[in-house]
Design a protein around this ligand. Sequence first.
Ligand SMILES: *Cc1c(COP(=O)(O)O)cnc(C)c1O
Length: 408
Amino acid sequence: MMTIETLEPATIQQALFQNPDEHGYYGSFGGAYIPEMLQRNVAELRAAYLEIMDEPSFKQEFNQLLKDYVGRPTPLFYAERLSKELNSNIYLKREDLCHTGAHKINNTIGQILLAIRLGKKRIIAETGAGQHGVATATVCALKGMECIVYMGEKDIERQAPNVARMKLLGAKVIPATSGSKTLKDATNEAIRDWINNPIDTHYIIGSVVGPHPYPDMVARFQSVISKEIKEQLLEKTGSENPTHVVACVGGGSNAAGAFYHYLDELDVQLVAVEAAGHGIYSGMSAATTQLGKPGVLHGSKSLVMQTKDGQVVEPHSISAGLDYPGIGPLHANLFKSGRGVFLSATDEEALEAAFHLSKIEGIIPALETAHALSALKNLELTPKDVVVVCLSGRGDKDLATYMKAMGL
Ligand SMILES: *Cc1c(COP(=O)(O)O)cnc(C)c1O
């Protein structure tokens, strides 16, 4: 094992939930636990990211691309029939209408612009289901950057359409053939690549996970979601604040984006929904806050599903995007502090919610998103409540699963 940098957590619990401390800690979670040989890359990023993101020319280009390329602002849609059924007020934040079909592109646009300003020539990423790989390959094509995506050999077989998309977009997909041949192994390959190419390569991480500054950087890029919700809700209801914001959590980037500008507004209830798979305690689940213990995964300290002796447990969810044994440190802190409410939905419940939204609102959601929708029935909503659900992605990619569940 290589040497590990361990940063001591801040001794004083932060009053606010939005920003990590200078070492990247949200309460007792976060930090940068990385091999010695990555120190330089991560330190370079840490020293530069806030300054670059604050440059007027960066903001201008980022916002212009979000508008003209991604299609932002995404609508905030009042779901009338669903609201009537739940006797409340449900708004859907339509991230499913983003270019490439989900929120992930908000982050990859931000990171490619940052990589260019850092003088990088080469982009690497790892992907499980392929969604982040597609979002990364997309922005590399947009900017003419070399793109290498590491993907477990088993995932390459299971996710053929996304592999084809990445290749169409000009990316090189390299199979990870070690271990279980899935996401964890792809991550190891990407880290190895970064160690070998420290000068010219930027590693685009796809969620609010990884060593500091990634969780904060990704949350900031995704925070456009709650920035827009505030403006849109003010226009529609006369108030910027809903009573609840609901989002599904894999690593936690769409939830971080939807929560971001509400994190320190304590009257807004933040509801995170994890994947319970076949049931939280079935041994086939991805409900990290319910099952996880503090541990280090992908370079930061967070809650991790693990055995007694610290081996990472293979998670299960019907939705590939939630099939992750950890959770971003921002969310671990929301859970531990009680600032966030953490619920879960099983595979079965998610399917039901996806079918229901399709029929009642004419919107076929991604399976990940369906977990968030499924939790609405557990919230004991009243007619006074205003609930925003982050509709993180569209269901096209899940059609095969939906067909199977319908017996087609
Ligand atoms: C990847 C993905 C997720 C899960 O990732 P987060 O980082 O937790 O947001 C959720 N929804 C969709 C549609 C996705 O593609």
